[in-house]
Design a protein around this ligand. Structure first.
Ligand SMILES: CC(C)(COP(=O)(O)OP(=O)(O)OC[C@H]1O[C@@H](n2cnc3c(N)ncnc32)[C@H](O)[C@@H]1OP(=O)(O)O)[C@@H](O)C(=O)NCCC(=O)NCCS
Length: 205
């Protein structure tokens, strides 16, 4: 079955997004954390659906933000990424990340960062396959005491959005379609400075 991707479209998406993210969370987020991202950067968040029209529940989500970092770089940040267990290993997370990267590039990001638990091999492989590199290890970064790796992807200045289709593909589920011409998930424990302008808000697991 093919997969369809679309941008976040409003509060009706919120319960589904929270469900997808919290099903993998050891520490729950409050609804305000989700709204912080989704209300300010709705165009950077995407959901994945099975193409079956009878299925209106998303199977994957990515939530992101973008802001100036230390007044020096335009930084994209991947806050949450989650794919439902029975839909994994079909390229859905890759396609979600590519959708968000394209949207961020259109907004002129210089780099994209995220954190993930040091032993989250699926997430590390996924991001490294997309060109992210490990920038540093953050000791006891999470509330559960685990370390994180901060991953970073540099965006070359010339790598601006060119309108090409970068929705990715789903090798074992057929073609991946985008929805309605839009450009085209992870878990994070909340850190202090949640609403600071210049710092990243949450830390993925
Ligand atoms: C991490 C996660 C989002 C990956 O979703 P997915 O849709 O299965 O990922 P994809 O199918 O797009 O995988 C792309 C690449 O990632 C890597 N990868 C994905 N799952 C992997 C796994 N279980 N083990 C090792 N590598 C894996 C592979 O390199 C894969 O490419 P390949 O299929 O050609 O080998 C998913 O496992 C998930 O939701 N995990 C729980 C939440 C989480 O950890 N989020 C990330 C926090 S930073």
């Amino acid at each position: 079955m093919s997969v369809i991707y679309r941008q976040y479209s409003g509060e009706a998406d919120l319960p589904h997004i929270m469900d997808l993210v919290q099903s993998e969370l050891s520490e729950p987020y409050v609804v305000y954390t989700f709204r912080y991202f989704l209300h300010q950067w709705p165009h950077l968040s995407f959901l994945a659906y099975p193409s079956d029209p009878t299925n209106s529940v998303p199977i994957g989500v990515i939530v992101c933000k973008q802001s100036m970092h230390r007044e020096a770089s335009n930084r994209g940040y991947i806050a949450m990424l989650s794919v439902r267990k029975d839909w994994r290993k079909r390229g859905i997370a890759s396609a979600l990340v590519k959708n968000s990267l394209d949207a961020m590039k259109e907004d002129g990001v210089d780099e994209v960062v995220l954190e993930t638990e040091y032993d989250n091999s699926a997430a590390l492989s996924l991001y490294e396959s997309l060109g992210f590199i490990r920038e540093k290890r953050l000791y006891r970064f999470y509330l559960n005491g685990k370390d994180a790796f901060r991953l970073v992807l540099s965006i070359p200045p010339t790598d601006s959005y060119d309108g090409s289709d970068t929705t990715g593909s789903s090798p074992s589920s057929g073609s991946v379609a985008s929805s309605s011409g839009v450009r085209h998930g992870m878990f994070r424990t909340i850190r202090a400075s949640l609403y600071d302008h210049d710092e990243d808000e949450v830390s993925s697991r």
